[in-house]
Write a protein that binds this ligand. Structure first.
Ligand code: GLN
Length: 548
């Protein structure tokens, strides 16, 4: 039965489970990705960070293509199943890549890029389509839609919590040979997602009138024609071409031949032109659209600091956090810290929902831009917290887990103030004929943020791993870094060959000597963004013409 008098249609739980297993795959793999790059493929941290940023950036860009193709030709269902299968295959390719990294490094390197390229393309077909199917389960004005998206968001986060936990348990053991088990587990999770949808969709994923949803407009019109699989040669060739483009872009970005930031800027310029050259845009629509662009600009600063989770904060978890729990004599896999964000989101979503209602009753609920400024503030506070934890702490000291844990709690509270709020704000503000395009702007902000996240993570100061590497070659890295020792040409050549940085990095003239400086960078960035957004809230309220 599609519609129930109370509660939600069963289809919601099918989509919940489908998305949960897909996020298990995505976040499980992401949790070990930089470790795999640095510990097995032996990439240096800066290179790994940049590649991580390129990968996650493209992950947020391809939904534009996947959404478009599904709307025009393919329908959501087919796109999700295909995207899911491509991601599962990607994980299995990464499984082979991680089994071969010692015996055949060349093939392993190729498989690595191929796997990432396939993840990017698969995600592009999966993610936008499953999200839009949730709303289609309900009649146009069904009040349960908002609650449905909240439940769905929980599915995302249950997957986001289990993925790093399980993949970390089997793959992040300290032995690089074990990474393969994480990719395998992620691939199995992805298959479970596809199987769940494939076998349950016909019965349950239907609209309020029991019609199948997520099919193409043609199939919808002709209810007698069975929903066919359309896996033709053209489709397969098209997919291969997309994967080739994705992995090519990723490679060029990693090698610093073509920076993905340019791709973002060009796409942004095109979208701005398409929208603002439309003469039929009324003054109010124009204002609302400007408001979308402004808030999207600010969320770039949020996600670029937030997405450090899979990059610099992962380095920090592995190298400078005391992972030992003495009471049970167990070393926690560092990737487990990446479960915390999702855990806190699930735990605190009801608290925030309650808070907004409570404040609303007193007429004191902040409007969306203000909530987003608060989100940025909480994110900055998270970095203040961790900066306190590493202040005056030497490179060889490991700090308590409380610092990362507290920081992730603050980040997750920030996410709850900014992410769902921003998404629904864009929905409310966008003129109908530009709804998808402006949603694309929101995704693009995420994509741009991830490129930046990679670049910022590349500034991570040389730590215990680099010192140890240099030490093995008989080089005193801390002395070189601090300027007490001038390295010989021979030493420099050795350091270069080992890809060990021997100078502190700097960002806009700000030199990063240690982790305190590094985390301070994020405090300053999110603090300034929060303050400016806060100051703009009044103007934004005007531009939003009554939308809260
Ligand atoms: N955690 C959420 C998801 O995976 C949102 C992430 C984001 O927008 N950066 O869907």
């Amino acid at each position: 039965m599609a519609e129930q008098k109370s509660g939600h249609p069963r289809g919601l739980y099918v989509l919940f489970a489908t998305e949960m297993w897909e996020r298990f795959n995505y976040y499980g793999m992401r949790a070990i990705l930089v470790y795999f790059m640095t510990d097995a493929l032996l990439f240096n941290k800066a290179f790994a960070s940049n590649l991580y940023g390129g990968y996650t950036s493209l992950i947020y860009l391809t939904p534009l293509i996947g959404g478009f193709i599904a709307d025009r030709y393919w329908g959501n269902r087919r796109s999700i199943i295909l995207g899911g299968l491509v991601m599962a295959l990607a994980e299995f390719i990464l499984f082979f890549c991680s089994s071969l990294y010692k015996s055949n490094p060349d093939l392993s390197g190729f498989l690595f890029y191929a796997g990432l390229g396939m993840m990017i393309v698969g995600n592009g077909f999966f993610k936008p389509n499953i999200s839009s199917m949730v709303g289609q389960l309900y009649a146009e004005n069904d009040k349960r839609k908002d609650a449905a998206y909240t439940i769905f968001y929980m599915g995302i986060n249950v997957g986001g919590m289990l993925g790093p936990f399980i993949c970390g348990l089997v793959g992040n053991t300290g032995n690089p040979d074990d990474f393969k088990w994480a990719f395998l587990a992620a691939g199995i999770g992805m298959l479970l997602s596809v199987i769940t949808l494939k076998f349950l969709q016909d019965k349950y994923v239907v609209d309020a009138d029991n019609n199948p949803i997520g099919v193409t407009p043609k199939e919808m019109a002709d209810s007698n024609s069975p929903i066919k699989n359309q896996l033709s040669v053209t489709v397969i060739l098209g997919l291969i071409a997309l994967v080739a483009v994705a992995l090519g872009l990723l490679y060029l970005h990693g090698q610093k031949i073509f920076d993905l930031s340019w791709l973002m800027l060009i796409s942004l310029a095109v979208i701005l032109y398409v929208i603002f050259s439309d003469r039929s845009l009324t003054k109010v629509e124009r204002d609302k659209t400007i408001a979308i662009f402004v808030v999207s600009f600010f969320v770039v600063f949020f996600w670029s600091a937030f997405e450090q989770a899979g990059a610099s904060l992962s380095f920090f978890a592995a190298e400078q956090t005391n992972l030992h729990i003495s009471s049970i004599n167990y070393d926690v896999p560092p990737s487990w810290f990446q479960s915390l964000n999702s855990f806190f989101v699930v735990a605190f979503a009801p608290v925030f929902a309650w808070l907004w209602v409570k404040l609303g009753k007193r007429n004191a609920e902040p409007n969306s831009p203000l909530k987003m400024a608060i989100g940025l503030f909480l994110l900055g506070l998270g970095y203040v917290w961790i900066a306190m934890g590493v202040k005056d702490v030497g490179t060889n000291v490991k700090v308590s887990m409380i610092w990362l844990t507290g920081m992730y709690a603050l980040h997750s509270w920030g996410e709850l103030c900014l992410s769902p709020i921003g998404l629904s704000l864009v929905n409310k503000l966008a003129p109908l004929r530009f709804a998808s395009l402006l949603m694309a702007v929101w995704f693009m902000a995420n994509a741009a943020a991830n490129v930046l996240a990679g670049k910022l993570s590349a500034l991570y100061p040389p730590g215990p791993a680099e010192i140890l590497k240099a030490d093995k070659a008989g080089i005193n890295l801390p002395a070189i870094l601090s300027g007490q020792l001038t390295p010989s040409a021979q030493q420099l050549a050795t350091l270069n060959e080992m890809e060990v940085p021997y100078q502190y990095t700097s960002f806009m003239g700000f030199q990063i000597h240690n982790l305190y400086d590094f985390f301070l960078l994020f405090v300053i960035m999110s603090g300034i963004a929060s303050l400016i957004l806060f100051l703009l809230t009044r103007w934004l309220s005007k531009m939003m013409h009554g939308v809260k």
